[in-house]
Design a protein around this ligand. Structure first.
Ligand SMILES: C[S@@+](CC[C@H](N)C(=O)[O-])C[C@H]1O[C@@H](n2cnc3c(N)ncnc32)[C@H](O)[C@@H]1O
Length: 734
């Protein structure tokens, strides 16, 4: 409520308890508003707007310097209602750089103020603000823009006194003026009426934490009475108010009494010489009032917002000889104005305002960025990286495009990935840590992982867990260790992720995979105890057991580190025979192996020669609960030595004994008679699959008739075998 003596009457909007309720909300909820994300703040706190303000303020100080010559006294930049502190953080990061570059610039102090002691306490302990405090350039103060006439700085203990300091003063008020009392009016047929809200208006106020209904209007009901020409009893205000009777063609508007008084207070605090930068929703052009309905409140969590009548603020400022900088047209979301009181400018301020606000300004940026990231699913990596650069590395863009990035980063070219990575590192520096649910290191870890930067990803996830130990971070940590080939640690991570959240079935499956996977390579050939293996229950299982052993080779889990050797061995001839993807580079192979490795149902092995390394690959994919499909290839230089036979036999034993599968199947090209003969020797039966070019072979503990085998196989393949990517088995041995 307005506390200064004015010609006020009960019943006016500015006298309503709405404003007290609004203040109570900010006082009661304090820092929780920002850490729990109860009130939207993005548009006025992002790096783009903070940088634009920093440029304008630096230009203003330059103008002041030119007017005054050298000066000792520091400039004071005071932010009113600084809320989350994120704007100050971005502003200071950019401004300190500008300031250090400006020749002969004397010092400055930035003062963050608010009405809420809880919020101020939060800033004072925030680790990203502390370096500025330690550098002696950031201070804090409790300041109520409706009431206080003095700024007592909490760190230095000084009272801000222009008579003592003498340096230039800048005030910043983003989304604050609409929280200060306003009156409502309407013009009809050239007559001016005051709109008086119904007594119980404040019962309509939103409830804290109600995020679901953000931005909904709360419609107030009003009764009206005709205004007298000396409504406020102040000539300056009444002159502006009465002018609307003539200039507004039927429509409603607000009169910003709280903001007008606040500007007067700022004048007192600075001996009439200051620049004020304001951002809010609202209108600067009087034509915009035509046709407007009586004001409604817009709901935001536990508080509300209203438009601000910048026209009235501008008229008042001009009347007092101030310069008002603004765009010619009213911006769509956010209006930003600069009011320069008590100084003739040398021109730097105007130029900077034109370049950073009126030209392509924060409102343009917001329009573009919100539209682009709403459609992130169509964006290219290059476009996302460019947008990040345009935004000055805004973390919100990374978050909004996160799903898309996870999708496209793996396949991106290495140089594009590197370009993105640089941008991502810059985003990391700009990330103001506020909402504990939005853990930057988790996002960054996942993106690093998507680019195959597994060491970096591990470091990010470890840091993410230090802030918030989540099942998701543990799961992803497991994936990174898996890609690095540390299977033991990976298995522990997956098991722990599942312990933390039993809904993470995938983590459980991966943990099970990693328990079994490394144990396929063990050789125990002809001497294997029949009673210890279920292979003997397969048709011709004994023949399989006879071929288990081969002294030259071991089966090792196929990992990204095998990509290079795989690429060497998978010659065009092999690619043609096996129907592997037509890999064009090692990187493509690596991506393919990464996908197989992270698939909990896939068990792929590098057939590894004890001396010469990778000789081929054998791979098993679980299908349903009890079945597995496999394929195998051995490189040309290793053919004819029994490696594929021994590997296949070991895989069958692994599938039955370690994974408890009951049946295996594979498919071969019709002309691959040697493979077919071998499969038949190992007890596999051809299954008739209507319409299939490939020949399917199956063996299992349950022996099926031909007809039921076909039906069974069709069921396993989801009724459409063609939809399954076919990797046919190639056995070189006879
Ligand atoms: C909508 S928030 C805007 C916060 C921040 N400037 C931003 O752009 O995100 C309004 C801020 O003004 C503060 N505030 C509310 N009433 C105030 C008053 N009478 N004087 C000074 N600050 C006030 C609130 O505590 C809150 O931090």
């Amino acid at each position: 409520m307005i506390e200064q003596a004015l010609q006020t009457e009960p019943g006016r909007l500015s006298q309503s308890s709405l404003w007290e309720r609004q203040q109570d909300f900010f006082l009661r909820e304090g820092a929780g508003i920002w850490t729990r994300n109860l009130v939207p703040r993005y548009i006025t706190t992002n790096p783009f707007i903070a940088r634009a303000y920093a440029e304008v303020v630096a230009a203003y100080l330059e103008d002041c310097g030119e007017a005054e010559g050298s000066r000792e006294a520091p400039a004071y930049i005071v932010e009113l209602g600084a809320g989350s502190g994120e704007f100050a953080f971005h502003f200071l990061r950019h401004f300190t750089r500008l300031h250090s570059e400006s020749p002969g610039g004397s010092g400055f102090r930035y003062v963050m103020t608010d009405i809420s002691q809880s919020t101020i306490g939060y800033w004072r302990t925030h680790k990203q603000l502390r370096p500025f405090v330690e550098a002696g350039i950031l201070d804090f103060a409790e300041f109520n823009a409706c009431r206080d006439r003095e700024l007592r700085l909490l760190v230095s203990g000084h009272i801000l006194d222009p008579a003592v300091s003498g340096g230039p003063q800048v005030f910043i008020a983003n989304y604050v003026f609409d929280s200060l009392p306003q009156d409502a009016f309407e013009v009809r047929d050239g007559k001016l009426y005051e709109c008086l809200p119904e007594a119980d208006a404040d019962a309509l106020l939103p409830v804290a934490g109600d995020r679901a209904r953000h931005n909904e209007p709360i419609v107030l009901t009003y009764h009206e009475r005709q205004c007298s020409p000396n409504f406020y009893g102040r000539d300056d205000w009444d002159r502006i108010l009465c002018s609307y009777g003539a200039s507004v063609r039927d429509g409603a508007f607000l009169f910003p009494v709280g903001a007008m008084q606040c500007v007067e207070t700022l004048g007192e605090l600075s001996r009439g010489q200051f620049m004020l930068l304001v951002a809010d929703k609202g209108f600067h052009n009087v034509e915009a009032f035509a046709g407007q309905r009586r004001p409604s409140l817009i709901r935001h969590g536990g508080c509300f917002s209203l438009d601000v009548n910048f026209h009235a603020l501008g008229e008042q400022a001009r009347h007092q000889g101030a310069r008002v900088l603004h765009r010619s047209h009213d911006a769509s979301h956010l209006k930003i104005l600069a009011f320069v009181y008590g100084r003739d400018l040398a021109g730097c301020t105007e130029k900077a305002f034109e370049r950073h606000v009126a030209g392509f300004g924060p409102d343009d940026f917001y329009n573009m960025m919100s539209d682009a990231t709403r459609n992130a699913r169509n964006m290219s990596l290059e476009a996302i990286t460019s947008l990040l650069r345009l935004s000055h590395f805004d973390p919100v863009i990374l978050v909004n495009c996160y799903e898309r990035l996870v999708e496209i980063l793996p396949a991106a070219h290495e140089s594009t990935q590197r370009y993105f990575y640089e941008a991502m590192r810059a985003v990391e520096e700009h990330w103001f840590h506020l909402d504990p649910e939005q853990n930057p290191d988790f996002y960054l870890g996942t993106l690093a992982g998507a680019m195959g930067m597994d060491q970096e990803a591990v470091a990010y996830y470890r840091r993410a867990q230090a802030v918030c130990d989540s099942a998701g971070a543990e799961h992803n940590l497991g994936l990174s260790y898996l890609m690095l080939g540390d299977l033991k640690t990976a298995q522990r991570c997956f098991a722990r992720a599942y312990e933390l959240d039993e809904h993470l079935k995938e983590a459980n499956l991966l943990s099970e995979k990693l328990e079994a996977w490394p144990h396929a390579g063990a050789v125990s050939g002809p001497g294997v105890e029949i009673g210890e293996t279920r292979v003997s229950q397969l048709e011709n299982g004994l023949v399989v057991l006879e071929h288990l052993d081969h002294p030259d080779i071991v089966l090792k889990p196929l990992l990204p580190c095998h990509a290079e050797a795989f690429y060497q061995q998978a010659t065009p001839e092999i690619l043609g025979l096996t129907r592997l993807p037509a890999f064009q580079s090692v990187e493509e192979v690596r991506q393919w192996i990464r996908a197989l490795t992270s698939d909990a149902r896939n068990y792929s092995f590098a057939i590894t020669h004890r001396v010469h390394g990778v000789a081929g690959v054998i791979s098993l994919l679980r299908v349903g609960d009890k079945a597995g499909r496999f394929f195998c290839w051995v490189s040309g230089s290793f053919m004819g030595r029994g490696y594929a036979t021994a590997s296949t036999c070991r895989l069958l034993r692994f599938a039955l004994d370690q994974l408890s599968l009951d049946e295996l199947f594979t498919s071969v090209l019709p002309h691959n008679e040697r493979s077919a003969r071998l499969l038949l020797r190992f007890g596999f039966h051809r299954v008739q699959m209507p319409g299939e070019e490939l020949h399917y072979y199956r063996n299992g503990i349950e022996h099926l008739s031909d007809e039921s085998a076909t039906r069974h196989m069709l069921r396993l393949l989801g009724g459409n075998a063609k939809n399954i990517v076919v990797k046919h088995m190639r056995l070189e041995e006879a």
